[in-house]
Design a protein around this ligand. Structure first.
Ligand SMILES: [Zn+2]
Length: 314
């Protein structure tokens, strides 16, 4: 499927499920459940993709058949067409409370990466190694109605066969849509590393998801259920690598190089690596595996054996 992940393509994923690939190779899914339609995610905004979605929904019986729209999280590449969808149908558009701030404080959300880059550069990371020119795919401003939900699960009154599970970690409000033994997971799981903003929650979510047979992801196509625990293991290996890198006191940039290698050629992916390194350090500090030495730039040193990680993560 990944070779067909080209913006504008419509993929027949399963007899009951089609996907529109929006920009940034972000899939939104249209799922037929009897006479009802469920939309999962709203992709990146492009006028031509909104038209394609419109045509596709019309072909499937029209917007009156859409019973619910579930946004797996608040990132702009998953909410882009939401306003256009809201104009076309009256179905509720659900987003978990944990990501509400991204919609209500859109300026802060867009600045997030710059804030992160600023901190990394202050701590010695070379700015020239990151390709980032600001977020350009914005249409996330909240000037249409969203239905926020909270708690561990949501059973939309509109759709009996569907259960939405709160699977935080990628973001605080990330969720996955369970339909039988498959789950539409947004960015909660991937067959390569994915952004994590809270590792403890993320690993818990991956364990919860591991009971599903298949995941329908936003960027990586359809991947098998065992991927969830593999990703959890990957995070564990990264944490071990950070502990190893801090056996002698090391700066942020030194740790980065020890874990990811030289940052040159990483391009935009450097942002993902930086984000995750902050997440790893945050986790290790909170659980007493590393200590920060208040120097300028600060240094981290490991104070607890990596073998204890599995005890903490369960
Ligand atoms: Zn995301």
């Amino acid at each position: 499927m990944s070779s067909r992940l080209k913006a504008g393509n419509i993929l027949k994923v399963k007899p009951f499920c089609q996907s529109l690939v929006t920009d940034w190779k972000t899939c939104l899914y249209i799922i037929s459940l009897g006479s009802q339609l469920l939309l999962v995610d709203a992709g990146v905004y492009r006028e031509e993709d909104l038209k394609k979605l419109d045509k596709l929904v019309e072909k499937l019986g029209g917007w009156s058949r859409v019973s619910a729209v579930i946004l797996t999280h608040g990132h702009a590449d998953h909410t882009g067409l939401a306003r256009g969808i809201a104009e076309k149908c009256s179905a509720p558009i659900y987003l978990h409370e944990g990501d509400r701030w991204m919609m209500e404080d859109y300026e802060r959300y867009l600045k997030q990466v710059e804030v992160l880059l600023e901190r990394a550069v202050k701590w010695g990371f070379p700015r020239s190694c990151v390709e980032y020119h600001g977020a350009k795919w914005s249409q996330g401003r909240l000037d249409y109605e969203l239905t926020f939900w909270s708690g561990e699960r949501l059973r939309p009154a509109e759709l009996e066969a569907v259960e939405v599970l709160h699977t935080p970690g990628h973001t605080a409000g990330s969720c996955s849509v369970a339909v039988g033994d498959i789950a539409f997971t947004g960015d909660a799981v991937a067959d390569i590393s994915v952004l994590s903003s809270d590792l403890e929650q993320h690993i818990k979510s991956l364990k919860l998801l591991s009971r599903f047979r298949e995941f329908y992801t936003a960027h990586y196509g359809v991947i098998p259920g065992e991927t969830a625990l593999k990703l959890a293991d990957h995070y564990l290996e990264r944490l071990e690598a950070v502990i190893t890198a801090t056996r002698s006191p090391s700066t942020f940039y030194e740790i980065f190089k020890a874990v990811y290698g030289e940052p040159r050629n990483l391009g935009f992916r450097a942002v993902f690596a930086l984000r995750n390194l902050f997440t790893y350090l945050d986790f290790l500090e909170r659980h007493g595996f590393v200590e920060v030495m208040e120097e300028e730039p600060p240094k981290w040193r490991s104070v607890r054996e990596a073998s204890k990680l599995r005890e903490v993560l369960g």
